[in-house]
Write a protein that binds this ligand. Structure first.
Ligand code: GDP
Length: 474
């Protein structure tokens, strides 16, 4: 009896590519669509730390104890949107403006402190969740920790300023996450606004908007004047419809921490996004490796509510300590179970740190089953960036392709490191080094650094690595 790699991945809640990679490490060259025998399947399940439950000896039903809600229990849920873009292009203004359509006059600017993430209703009656996340590094850091909470990215580009370094960074983070993007061309009220220039320049980064006959939706907005906001919301709703987002509401909740802090009056407070189930007051939970009990659930308008369902951002009170962004909050039956889960997570975390050996580098398989060699490139001047990216692309062949996740000028930053870590890619520094914060992250995440001052040394090394990677295939 056999099962396809893809089906097994689905049941395990893992990525198909990760299974393929693991099989590759076991010297088995298979694609996601190929079948593997039962012994191999069981081996894989164990490798990924899941439990095997066989329904009957005859059928190879490898279900995983944790997780995967049956299809018939799933209900549509609102899309979760993150706004990204260059500094000063209007992310905060847009978040405020979109929210303004909902917050009543009395509340606006009032005494109540609202949480940064919130939900709005579109004219068509759909609900959209906006996440207030601080920066691109945070976005990828969460993704790296397995918290893929964002369904859609809205890329804000100021029409008077055009494509800037952090715009490119946002595009690359979004692409690496495989999340669909909607381009909001902001500040169209300004006389010097040139939205068509933005559309044109986006082409250079392989973002082809609808007006250029591509499939990325774009919309002209002014956050300060409030123009185009309904249209933006409608486009989000349309994109969401295509994604067919669903979650099971009637189960113990699971939520992801968006941000957390120690509040003077209220103790540790976390803003979480419910990813499935319904979070209720009184629930016992584990968050990260700490346990707690929900003392209050507070909605985006600062009001206490009894419960929160999928895609709702809420504040949770009653935590034992301050968790980190990206930590998963899981509701459990009782204290004993909470301790058990917390301990399991601690062990997992330790395992993961050991597994991330700095020498290991990762290849990825795309759908066409071409091996990809991902990397992030930073260099001292734009000329070097271009020369290196070109040289790297020239090393690609039919079997293996260099995939530059991001390339830019300047020191290696936190954003570069999180992006590299999330894809198991090395960072190539040409005449540049990491800044102190990035250096700490490099150590923590075990990201491999490759430093050069001469291009052909770089291409020599990469060529060797690529050949090494192909070795077992031939
Ligand atoms: P962020 O850094 O991306 O969050 O950008 P902000 O939202 O802080 O906006 C930066 C500046 O641009 C502020 O002075 C805003 O008032 C201004 N701004 C934002 N959106 C618009 C817009 O649509 N039109 C105009 N004229 N100014 C805007």
């Amino acid at each position: 009896e056999a099962i396809t790699v893809g089906e097994l991945a689905k049941r395990m809640g893992e990525k198909g590519a990760d299974l393929v990679k693991e099989l590759f490490n076991l010297d088995m060259m298979v694609t996601v669509n190929q079948t593997i025998d039962q012994d191999t399947a069981e081996l894989l399940v164990e490798q990924f730390g899941h439990n095997i439950t066989r329904v009957s000896e005859a059928d190879v039903d490898i279900a995983v104890e944790e997780d995967v809600d049956p299809a018939e229990t799933l209900k549509p849920r609102p899309p979760v949107v993150t706004i990204m873009g260059h500094v000063d292009h209007g992310k905060t203004s847009l978040l405020d403006a979109l929210r303004g359509t909902k917050v009543t006059k009395g509340e606006a600017g009032g005494i109540t402190q609202h949480i940064g993430s919130y939900q709005v209703k579109t004219k068509g009656g759909d609900t959209v969740t906006f996440l207030d996340t601080p920066g691109h590094a945070a976005f990828t850091e969460m993704r790296q920790r397995g918290a893929n909470v964002t369904d859609i990215v809205v890329l804000v580009v100021a029409a008077d300023d055009g494509i800037m370094p952090q715009t490119i960074e946002a595009i690359n983070h979004t692409k690496a996450a495989g999340v669909p993007m909607i381009v909001a061309i902001n500040k169209i009220d300004k006389p010097e606004a040139n939205p068509d220039n933005v559309r044109n320049r986006l082409l250079e980064h392989e973002v082809i908007v609808e007006k250029m006959s591509g499939d990325v939706q774009d919309v002209e907005v002014s956050a300060t004047e409030g123009t185009g906001l309904d249209e933006l919301l409608e486009k989000i709703a349309l994109q969401a419809e295509l994604l067919e987002l669903k979650a099971r509401p009637d189960r113990d909740a699971e939520a992801t921490v968006i941000e957390a802090q120690l509040d003077k009056g209220r103790g540790p407070v976390a803003t979480v996004l419910v990813t499935r189930g319904t979070l209720k007051r009184g629930d016992t939970f584990v968050v990260g490796t700490e346990s707690g009990r929900v003392r209050a659930v507070v909605n985006d308008a600062g009001k206490q509510i009894k419960e929160a369902g999928p895609s709702m951002p809420v504040e949770v009170l009653g935590l034992g300590g301050v968790p980190s962004a990206g930590d998963v909050l899981t509701v459990v039956e009782n204290e004993a179970r909470a301790r058990e889960v917390a301990q399991y997570r601690q062990e997992k975390a330790t395992e993961k740190r050991t597994a991330l050996a700095p020498t290991s580098f990762d290849t990825m398989f795309n759908q066409a089953n071409v091996i990809e060699w991902p990397c992030v490139v930073k260099a001292d001047v734009q000329g070097s960036v271009e020369a290196i990216v070109n040289a790297l692309h020239n090393l690609s062949n039919d079997d293996i392709k260099v995939r530059v996740l991001h390339a830019g000028v300047g020191a290696i930053t936190e954003s570069d490191v999180t992006l590299a870590a999330a894809s198991g890619a090395p960072i190539i520094g040409f005449g540049v080094r990491p800044n102190p914060k990035a250096r700490d992250l490099v150590k923590r995440d075990g990201v491999r650094m490759m430093y050069y001052d001469v291009i052909y040394h770089l291409t020599d090394d990469v060529t060797k690595e690529m050949i090494g990677e192909l070795g077992p295939l031939k």
